[in-house]
Design a protein around this ligand. Structure first.
Ligand code: UYC
Length: 227
């Protein structure tokens, strides 16, 4: 506001050196956040992108009351519409991904897929390929878009699918490309997986191969990715 600007102007001249330096730092941060808020508002009605996701994340982690109020008012559940055919609330997944908590987000993703498949899968904690085939398109797209938008486009089932297609649907070629196997050795869960953006494209989310490739094959062939 004008009053804030007048206060800043005066403090910058007459405040202590420490105050002056802090004001400069704050001023740079504030003007940067303003640009990001303006950018997000302009794009609000468009399909979410990784750039919007990153802008959102910077504001989300900014530790600025003004940024927090802005997000609460304009993007209370993030930049991705959280569509679900099963009345599932994807806000917790959205928050973990916005905070780049990829390991927790990976576990929650598996939990949500099991929840979508029904009670028995939720108790069992894994899915039959027939259950994967009938997962609702809307929910898979929501989960996938959350992963893509909050990973600079690096993670998500559709990213894995692209790499799978470019490998000629060849599993032995796919595993090393996405960092799930090195030579003859499977990558060990959880310590050998890479839980940040330094991972190879398509590294996350994980699909355990302990019971065979059919569930993951069904996920890669799901109609959700045909758009
Ligand atoms: N694990 O190795 N995995 C687990 C992966 C395999 C194994 C969970 C991925 C190979 C056992 C996740 C890979 C294998 C458990 C993943 C991988 C194996 C387990 C937790 C590379 C042995 C303990 C969620 C393809 C040679 C649980 C879950 C159990 C867990 C992911 C062993 C997300 C991507 C073939 C013993 N592994 N998994 O599903 O079920 O339990 O006994 O893929």
């Amino acid at each position: 506001s004008a009053a804030d600007t007048a206060e800043l102007r005066s403090q910058l001249r007459s405040g202590s050196e420490k105050t002056q330096l802090q004001l400069l730092q704050q001023q740079i941060a504030d003007s940067g956040w303003d640009v990001l808020m303006e950018f997000l508002l302009e794009r609000k009605s468009e399909a979410p992108t990784a750039v919007m996701g990153k802008a959102y994340q910077i504001l989300y982690s900014a530790n600025s009351p003004r940024a927090a109020e802005f997000l609460q008012a304009n993007f209370p559940t993030g930049v991705v519409p959280l569509r679900s055919d099963s009345s599932i609330d994807y806000t917790p997944l959205q928050q973990l991904l916005a905070l780049q908590e990829f390991q927790e987000a990976d576990r929650l993703t598996l939990d949500k897929l099991c929840e979508l498949a029904g009670d028995t899968a939720s108790v069992r904690k894994w899915l039959y390929f027939t259950q994967v085939e009938s997962l609702p398109v809307a929910d898979l797209q929501t989960i996938n878009t959350l992963w893509k938008v909050h990973s600079e486009g690096k993670f998500g089932f559709s990213v894995q699918r692209e790499i799978w297609l470019s490998s000629g649907k060849n599993w032995d070629k796919l595993w090393p490309l996405i960092g799930w196997k090195k030579g003859n050795n499977w990558t060990r869960y959880p310590q050998e997986f890479i839980w940040d953006l330094s991972a190879p494209r398509g590294h996350l989310p994980l699909s355990n191969q302990l019971r065979g490739v059919q569930p993951f094959a069904a996920l890669m062939a799901h109609p959700a990715w045909l758009k």
